[in-house]
Design a binder for this molecule. Sequence first.
Ligand code: PHE
Ligand code: CA
Ligand code: ZN
Ligand code: ZN
Ligand code: ZN
Length: 284
Amino acid sequence: APDIAVASVKAHLTQFQTIANNNGGNRCLGSTGYRASVDYVKQQATAAGFTVSEQSFTSGGKTSYNVLAELPGADTTKVIMLGAHLDSVCAGPGVNDDGSGSAANLAVAAAFKAARAVPGITVRFGWWGSEEQGMVGSNYYVSHLSAAEKARIVGYLNFDMVGSPNPGYFVYRNDAGYESLIKEYFALINVPTEIETEGDGRSDHAPFENAGIRVGGTFSGADYIKTAAQAQKWGGTSGQAFDPCYHRSCDTSSNIDDTSLDRHSDAISYALWALTGPASSPSP
Ligand code: PHE
Ligand code: CA
Ligand code: ZN
Ligand code: ZN
Ligand code: ZN
């Protein structure tokens, strides 16, 4: 699997920070900062060689957008999806929540296309709007899939907060195959993991899971407090939140742990690679 250069992920984060700076300090629902984020992701995913579209919807009387980017596989009857939410809260620029997942997926998309121009199955990325109002964009996307479109989706991997400044390494337990695949990567790099319990049902994988689609993902922690045992195995500071700037104005480009961002990005790349080999290879 391609190793993701953390500098390429950070370059996207710098752009999200700049977008917020130029648009009143945030990238939230209905804002010019959100629209600029959509335009940035569309341009980057197009440049990476994906077919890009946007889907608009309303949330709380405001217009928002999902961005979809697709790379057709040898077998187009199956689609693996990866996603992250592109909106921030209105309090700040949302660089960790969820600029980090959005940027990691952009970097993974580009590296993946460069290494495997025709995947075994179709790869589709989603950048969701209005997650912060209750996963409105991802819900809209899933609820507007036809039965045939839904049946093509073999699974969905979600990345919401992967660069937390006092990081943990949490793996979703929703699907046993995806759980073991992601754990396999962290075992290769000797990083211990724990099962994600802070936010189950609180991010964009929930609408997919509720529709009967297998889901997985990784997470570096939000406002739960790191224990002494967790600081022992992961470093960082016990007694402090994984992300003390969660949903605050200080969730800026300095609110990122580069090692966490790098490891989670590499884990995403590893999982996507394994899931898109020759069409005959089994999915976990
Ligand atoms: N979805 C939450 C938010 O954006 C954060 C979160 C991510 C919680 C992943 C749990 C798991 O605020
Ligand atoms: Ca890397
Ligand atoms: Zn949030
Ligand atoms: Zn989030
Ligand atoms: Zn509708």
